[in-house]
Each structure stands twice: as structure tokens, then as C-alpha cells.
Design a protein around this ligand. Sequence first.
Ligand code: SME
Length: 158
Amino acid sequence: MKSELYDTLNRQVLALFEGETDLIAAMANLSALLNEHLSEINWVGFYLAKNDELVLGPFQGKVACVRIPMGRGVCGTAAAENKIQRIADVHQFKGHIACDSASNSEIVIPVIQNDKVIAVLDIDSPNFSRFDEQDQNGLETIVESFEKCLFAQQMHKI
Ligand code: SME
């Protein structure tokens, strides 16, 4: 069941990242964890907010576009509006940036520190409507746990 999957993943996130201070290493491992356990996905990873654009971070999947202007595409919209984007059909999303032509649905979750979007977690699927409300809630909780583990000590540098 999905809720059990997300509960298990959330416990793993808390165990894996508790006390970790290196953001890139943690993002690399969270991408790997999600890639291993989520079915029907073809890309999962991070874009980091740097100087009014998003720059590719740790990920699992095919080669992707390196820079996305803030406000552009699904990722840029999530970052600019600080709002989760759950898109059932990316081809209907105005300005969608197609990195992998196999992608048909997508979810993007902002990563927040001190009320600012410092990155986004992006997950793509070859299925239409791959992500439902349970996925959204589960992934939101995982990103919140990730933020708490990583940023509790305010020691990291991007
Ligand atoms: N589709 C995204 C771009 C990033 S790739 O999917 C990895 C977007 O529209 O922002």
C-alpha cells in the first residue's frame, strides 16, 4: 500500500539524514532511495536555486537540462510560487521543459530553508497521472523530514 511505502521511506529518510550536514551528498542519496523504491518513474532528482535560476543537482535518470529560469517549466513554477506542482499530463502544462521525451506526468516539491526555496525535488513518470494525492502527501512529508534533518544545525553550505 502506498501509505505504508511512504511511512517506510520517511523512516529511512529520518535515519539516513539525521545529523548530516552535506546537502549535495544527502540529495544524491535521497535521489537514489526514491529511484529504488518508487515504481513507474523515469527521472528523480534536484535542481538548486542559484541567482534567479535553477541549476541541476544530484539525480537519477537520463541527462537533463542544466539550467531552468525561475518561473519557467514545472520546476521553475514550483520554485517561483513556492508551491507543489502535480501535473497529470505534462504536455498540457504551458512552458513544460521536456528533458526526457518519455515523461508524461511530473511532481515537483519545493525544498525550503528559512522560508526560502533553496531547491526543488523533481520526479517524472512515463505514465499519465502517475502521482495522486497520496504520493503528494507522502513526498511532501519526506521533503519536510529531509529539511529538518539537514537544516536543523544550519551548518551546510550549498
Ligand atoms: N520537466 C521539467 C524540467 C526538468 S526535467 O523533467 C528533469 C520542467 O518542466 O521544469
